[in-house]
Design a binder for this molecule. Structure first.
Ligand code: ADP
Ligand code: MG
Length: 208
């Protein structure tokens, strides 16, 4: 199954989600490839790899390979595409290549432009698994209002799993580790493990 993390906005948690979801699959014994489509190479750096190759290479995580650029479908159970923060040709190609895609979204601030993008995604012929709320801080009232608005506008599309703001997730990135190596007991690790279950369940329902 090829899954893309798409949002033309930067800083919404695409890379954090791509890396930790890929690591969650690898931990569960699934052969996983993480494709870093962002020329900034942040998914690669997140796994401690400075100069990623444009073909699969092993990472320090068993069952997890990494490559820069678009992959060929290979001997993998899961391929996760970490897309750049733009609706660039690479993002378009990733959308063509994937079986399903997921839109990470930070609910602190929702510009109308962001809503228009979501509407576009909802009409996309590829399977839209849904919206993943990231960096959620439910103490902020505006956050809860935006979540409610999204749930009304896109029923069944907002993932039950919400990735809370957890500093351990950004620390893990700077240590070149997934959250499961860095701090397997923290909230961030628990949430990404839960997200993997929900993605699997949604894929089963949609038969992707
Ligand atoms: N749940 C979270 N809690 C705290 N920090 C986070 C969380 N998710 C992402 N971050 C941090 O926010 C920044 C942007 O996240 P990133 O995954 O790189 O977004 P994108 O790939 O969409 O640009 C990074 O510094 C990352 O470590
Ligand atoms: Mg990124």
């Amino acid at each position: 199954m090829i899954l893309a993390l798409i949002n033309n906005k930067g800083g919404v948690g695409k890379t954090t989600t791509a890396v930790n979801l890929a690591a969650a699959y690898a931990r569960a014994g699934r052969k996983t490839l993480l494709a870093d489509l962002d020329t900034q190479g942040s998914a690669s750096l997140h796994l401690g790899i400075r100069t990623p190759a444009d073909r699969p290479q092993a990472t320090q995580i068993p069952n997890l390979d990494l490559q820069a650029g678009l992959p060929q479908p290979g001997p993998y159970d899961h391929i996760i595409l970490d897309c750049p923060p733009a609706l660039s040709p690479l993002t378009t190609q990733a959308l063509d290549l994937c079986d399903a895609f997921l839109v990470p979204l930070q609910p602190q601030y929702l510009a109308m432009e962001g809503l228009a993008n979501l509407l576009r995604f909802s009409q996309h012929p590829k399977r839209w698994l849904g919206i993943l709320l990231t960096m959620v801080d439910t103490r902020a009232r505006v956050t809860n209002e935006i979540i409610e608005l999204l749930q009304q506008r896109f029923p069944d599309k907002v993932f039950t799993t919400q990735i809370k703001t957890n500093i351990r997730l950004s620390e893990a990135a700077s240590f070149g580790q997934s959250i499961f190596e860095y701090d397997p007991r923290c909230v961030g690790a628990q949430l990404y493990a839960k997200l993997k279950e929900e993605v699997d369940q949604k894929c089963r329902v949609l038969a992707v």
